[in-house]
Design a protein around this ligand. Structure first.
Ligand SMILES: [Mn+2]
Length: 430
């Protein structure tokens, strides 16, 4: 791991929050992600399952976290199972968590080798009535792969058919959505690494550079600052490409007079940052580009003010739609008739701004978090309006990450990342 070790009080607190919401006589189990194969003996770089990480800090494959607050033996109220390691394994596979290191990372006192899981689990299940399964109920999930979690659930249902099943997911959505200060600090740190990348790119971009060269500038800056890399596949979209919302080819040359839309974020300690900036290839915006840019910036700033405790996510999107509609009327991109005739299910503004404005962010870029209940302090959201004009080969999106406060406006974790036209032009021309 390139990141500095996280203070394990975060994970202790997260487990307390989870177990406080469990029914009595219940066990909850959380599994690591698999190492996903590429071919031959190659595997993809390991990415820990976010839930076991959130509850334990363990960033290693083949680990299991077991929570059983009512276990008769106090030492079995929380157990971490990790893959057995020794000096021989350390030489061949690199350093894995020892029992001592597992305790230091997670604050869990009882650490067993994974090979003991079945025996210990069977014994504890005789004391338990309910088993919490960790399914993925994220509103955008579309997973086809069978995860370790899925295999565990199958196995457990077959082995223990008389136990009652409960869901971990609603608890996780609720508690992961509201961040601890330690988590906000980690997200802010990820944002500060993204800022370094962006400033480097402002110095680098000029007519003729290729989108992948810009991507390379970011990754260089990220890794040298202890980031593992991008927190999601970066979008470096010059000219018309900005209209392809999930453009990730990043293989075109940037032309004089075009804009470049960059949706890029560094990850740090598994926490994400999610930034969008749009800059002119030649360092100067045209008047037309400025007009559209400032309209998007205004919507972003006004939308941010709506992210306060009590706001309902769906209603917020309706309000942002009104803000955008008024900007599009000012720009002459919509006229009054467009609004009068609009389909309430697909309002006129969506012709130019067809995606959502905000999502939770944290351990996942589109993080877990409740969306149907009122917003709460310490939820972290993106704010990312855009205007897309394919006929003008132009798309502008601006995105910051903000933290909802108990009262007043949210705190912008990206306030140091240049966004005003003048500052961007100055930096590109200095
Ligand atoms: Mn985003």
């Amino acid at each position: 791991m390139k990141y500095h070790r996280i203070d394990n009080r975060l994970f202790i607190k997260n487990r307390e929050k989870f177990t406080a919401k469990m029914k009595s006589k219940s066990i909850a189990v959380f599994n690591s992600n698999d190492l996903y194969p590429i071919g031959a003996d190659s595997v993809m770089p390991f990415q820990q399952a976010r839930d076991i990480f959130y509850l334990s800090g363990v960033d290693q494959e083949e680990s299991i976290l077991l929570l059983f607050p009512d276990a008769l033996d106090p030492k079995h109220r929380e157990i971490l199972f990790v893959k057995e390691t020794n000096e021989h394994i350390a030489i061949w596979e690199g350093e894995k968590l020892s029992k001592e290191a597992g305790f230091e990372v997670s604050g869990i006192k009882t650490i067993y080798w994974l090979s003991d899981f079945n025996k210990v689990f069977f014994d504890l299940m005789t004391e338990a009535e309910n088993i919490y399964f960790n399914t993925n109920e994220h509103y955008r999930q579309a997973v086809e792969t069978e995860t370790r979690e899925d295999r565990f659930i199958k196995w457990c249902k077959e082995k223990f058919p008389a136990h009652k099943w409960e869901k971990s997911n609603p608890i996780l959505q609720e508690i992961r959505g509201v961040k601890e200060q330690q988590e906000i600090d980690l997200i802010e740190h990820a944002c500060s690494i993204t800022e370094k990348g962006f400033r480097r790119v402002l110095n680098f971009v000029k007519p003729g550079v290729w989108e992948y060269e810009i991507e390379a500038e970011y990754i260089h800056e990220f890794i040298r600052n202890r980031s593992r890399g991008f927190s999601y596949t970066p979008i470096i979209a010059s000219g018309f490409n900005a209209n392809v919302l999930h453009y990730i080819e990043n293989n075109q040359q940037c032309k004089d007079g075009d804009l470049i839309l960059m949706d890029v974020g560094a990850s740090y300690a598994n926490y994400t940052s999610d930034m969008s900036r749009t800059i002119p290839v030649n360092g100067r915006f045209t008047q037309r580009q400025k007009d559209i840019y400032n309209a998007v910036l205004k919507v972003k700033n006004e939308a941010t003010k709506l992210l306060v405790p009590g706001t309902i996510w769906a209603e917020y999107h309706v309000e942002v739609g009104k803000l955008m509609t008024s900007e599009l009327l000012n720009l002459g991109l919509l006229d009054k008739a467009d609004i009068q005739n609009e389909d309430p299910n697909w309002p006129a503004y969506k012709k130019y701004f067809m995606h959502g404005t905000s999502h939770h962010m944290g351990l996942d870029t589109h993080d877990y978090g409740r969306l149907k209940t009122p917003m709460e302090a310490n939820m972290v959201f993106t704010v990312e309006p855009g205007i897309y004009l394919p006929k003008e080969s132009m798309g502008i999106r601006l995105e910051d990450d903000v933290v909802i406060q108990p009262t007043g406006e949210p705190v912008n974790l990206m306030k140091n990342i240049p966004i005003e036209i003048e500052e961007i032009e100055d930096l590109m021309n200095s």
